[in-house]
Write a protein that binds this ligand. Structure first.
Ligand code: ZN
Ligand code: ZN
Length: 488
């Protein structure tokens, strides 16, 4: 029974209820609306299955275009509430032109603080602590789990406020995780859960899961639609086909071998420098995002500051060891998040940014965003960005070096992409036009058409992704029959 109904029915209880702090009363009323605090505490398991869509933020053709979407054909989240374990199994299909496997299975678990991933063959490996934290927070983005966490006497409830038709409270769980719960003032049902999080490109972002279409399952109210946004971008829209409570949860424990394995540390950032021609270096090393350095008369120019601050700072530092000439400029090939993740650190390092003009509003917004949760170099010491906008083409040239930049035209995936050409070496430098290891080369013909239209005589491809190859080989691979899209 909620305080509200107790107030109506039994006068003397009013005193007891009124003594509960108002932010606690929001939780108590929400628990009552969902099925009662005792019933919520007594639940042992929860399973949510359905289907939906999961767009890819930062991978659209143009910065303002619709996001490419994974259709999530099957999604099942099982939660062992009694033992703090969860497992998510998902089957997703790319609804866009994609170079990797277009059908993918995801199977991820969390057992207490141990995150693990499972392959289709059932092999389980331990995942890192960051994954464990992300998954713990993800679990809290459901009415039942967030209310159970809030009802724990060790949780702190604070900062009651109103927003539109909702009341909001901040919850710090017994484990120390911070989430905000919004509750509808009329129905007292949870309307959304909000977590602040860090994104490498966007900095401080609100991850908001909205709950709708509640149904009654064994006396508990459960949402049939869960919609998760990262800021303005939809991350996952789940339509629930089946909610069930207190079912079997046999397979959620991490095996002993996984539990006793150390949590893998994030891979070290390694940057190697391989000379590929006079005054040109290919910076490879860890991962599969490379950068290229060009040496001009009195300065160096970098093509690509990829992924994130850690990778791009290491790349910038490495470039500065290659010559006594100052590194002054970074060409950002295109706006996709894994290729623009170093934009902010490049500006913090006072490099001039050369990129396609269509990126202007998007990049200015990325530079203006707050990065307070994980402060980056630009947050700590703000700098004004210096841009050079490229439209169709631009040539950087002095006595030592000539680099031509061209806008990739009419490509289905890449709307802002600038590739480079070094006429002296008949060398192509490119990001996302081609990687020998891709499953299929769906936009390969478009790339070859672009290179032909620009009348480029190419001997060698020096890529951001993949390996350096003779151009003949690149053409042969693009023209070969594509591999059948498989699962991985
Ligand atoms: Zn791309
Ligand atoms: Zn890429």
């Amino acid at each position: 029974m909620s305080c509200r109904s107790a107030l109506v029915l039994v006068a003397f209880l009013a005193g007891a209820c009124a003594s509960a702090p108002p932010e606690r009363r929001v939780i108590d009323d929400a628990a009552a609306a969902v099925g009662g605090a005792d019933r919520i505490r007594a639940l042992t398991a929860l399973e949510v299955s359905g289907s939906g869509s999961a767009p890819n933020a930062g991978q659209n053709r143009m910065p303002d275009d619709e996001l490419p979407v994974w259709k999530v054909a099957e999604h099942t989240r099982t939660i062992d509430l009694a033992n703090s374990r969860t497992r998510v199994k998902q089957l997703r299909e790319a609804q866009f032109q994609f170079a990797g496997a277009t059908v993918q299975r995801v199977d991820q678990g969390l057992d207490g603080d141990v995150a693990y991933n499972a392959t289709a063959e059932g092999t389980m490996t331990r995942a890192g602590d960051a994954a464990a934290k992300d998954r713990r927070i993800e679990v809290l983005h459901h009415p039942i789990t967030v209310l159970r966490a809030a009802l724990d006497p060790a949780a702190k409830i604070a900062n009651l406020r109103e927003e539109g038709h909702d009341q909001l409270v901040d919850i710090t769980t017994a484990r120390g995780d911070a989430v905000t719960l919004a509750v509808d003032q009329t129905t007292h049902l949870p309307s959304r859960v909000i977590t602040m999080s860090d994104n490498a490109n966007m900095g401080d972002v609100a991850i908001v899961t909205t709950f709708a279409d509640y149904e009654d399952v064994n006396g508990v109210k459960l949402p049939r639609r869960l919609t998760t946004m990262m800021d303005k971008y939809l991350q996952f829209d789940l339509r629930v086909a089946k909610n069930s409570v207190n079912g079997s949860v046999a397979d959620l424990a991490a095996p002993d071998a996984v539990k006793s394995a150390p949590a893998p540390a994030p891979p070290a950032v390694v940057v190697t420098a391989e000379p590929v021609s006079k005054g040109i270096w290919w910076l490879a090393g860890s991962g599969n995002h490379r950068s290229i350095v060009f040496e001009f008369d009195d300065h160096l120019v970098l093509y690509e500051v990829p992924l994130n601050e850690a990778r791009s700072k290491a790349v910038i530092d490495k470039a500065r060891t290659l010559s006594s000439k100052p590194l002054t400029t970074a060409i950002v090939s295109h706006h996709h998040f894994d290729h623009s993740g170093g934009l902010r650190v490049a500006v913090a390092e006072e490099l001039t940014i050369v990129t396609h003009r269509a990126n202007e509003a998007f990049f200015k917004d990325l530079l203006a965003r707050k990065h307070t949760i994980v402060p980056d170099a630009l947050q700590t010491s703000p700098k004004t960005a210096n841009f050079v906008w490229v439209d169709d083409e631009m040539t950087l040239r002095d006595k030592s070096m000539e680099v031509q930049l061209y806008h990739l035209l009419d490509n289905p995936r890449e709307g802002t992409n600038l590739f480079a050409y070094v006429p002296r070496d008949r060398m192509l430098v490119q990001a996302d036009l081609y990687d020998a290891s891709w499953n299929q080369h769906l936009w390969g013909e478009n790339v070859l058409t672009n290179l032909a239209q620009r009348k480029l005589k190419i001997d060698r491809d020096v890529p951001v992704h993949g390996v350096i190859e003779p151009f003949d080989q690149m053409v042969k691979t693009i023209k070969a029959k594509p591999t059948i899209a498989g699962t991985n």
